[in-house]
Ligand binder design. Structure first.
Ligand SMILES: Cc1cc2nc3c(=O)[nH]c(=O)nc-3n(C[C@H](O)[C@H](O)[C@H](O)COP(=O)(O)O)c2cc1C
Length: 200
């Protein structure tokens, strides 16, 4: 298995990054992680724990955001792809324009130039034309933009169920298995709703 890069930024939703990394570790994927300074701040504010302490306990290779000499800064270091979760509008803008101002942005730039899978989980509301333009640019470059929105058809009852479903979709966007069979939409046969929409 090739390593998966997980980039964490200062958008709200640190729990999504935590769950995503936990899933990848439990599946035995080699991992390289990098977190922006704002990402470390928001992690602590939202999860009431230090990101640095948490990541230290995991079997993954964590790189400091200023470590521009890390292997993930080069295209010769082959990876499965990269997930940026949650993705701030600041990092989104930098990635859309190839700024490479820190290790996370450089790693994303490498992924784009090498045409490897890039999965971005942007989080902001409402979205400005600037955000939308940058998302379009990244989508046109081949990135998948997976919004952290609930799949209401799955009837999530708790925040945990929403987080599980959302991070599952993120892993699937990278080509990995992320969803359990019961989390996949299987049509409406056998339900009281199967007779709507003009079907017999
Ligand atoms: C508690 C908190 C929540 C934030 N949530 C978001 C968010 O959801 N989306 C966003 O684009 N920025 C959000 N921000 C602002 C970013 O953290 C800020 O723009 C930062 O400079 C992003 O830096 P980074 O892209 O290097 O992580 C939030 C900031 C704080 C303190």
């Amino acid at each position: 298995m090739l390593p998966v890069i997980v980039g964490i930024t200062g958008a709200s939703g640190s729990i999504l990054a935590k769950k995503c990394i936990e899933k990848l570790v439990s599946q035995g994927h080699p991992l390289a992680t990098v977190c922006t300074n704002a990402g470390r701040y928001v992690w602590e504010a939202e999860l009431r724990e230090s990101f640095d302490d948490w990541i230290k306990g995991l079997p993954c290779q964590h790189y400091h955001i200023d470590n521009i000499a890390a292997p993930i800064a080069s295209g010769t270091f082959v990876t499965q792809g990269m997930i940026v979760i949650p993705c701030s509008m600041g990092t989104l803008a930098s990635m859309a324009h190839g700024l490479s101002q820190n290790l996370l942005e450089r790693a994303a730039d490498v992924i784009i130039k090498e045409r490897r899978p890039l999965v971005i989980v942007p989080r902001e509301s409402p979205l400005s034309p600037i955000h939308l333009r940058n998302m379009l640019t990244l989508a046109q470059l081949g990135a998948k933009l997976v919004l952290p929105v609930p799949a209401f058809y799955a009837h999530p009852k708790t925040l945990e169920e929403y987080i599980d479903q959302t991070t599952g979709r993120v892993l699937e966007a990278l080509g990995l298995t992320g969803l359990a069979p019961h989390q996949r939409y299987a049509g409406d046969e056998g339900t009281p709703f199967s007779k709507t929409m003009g079907r017999k």
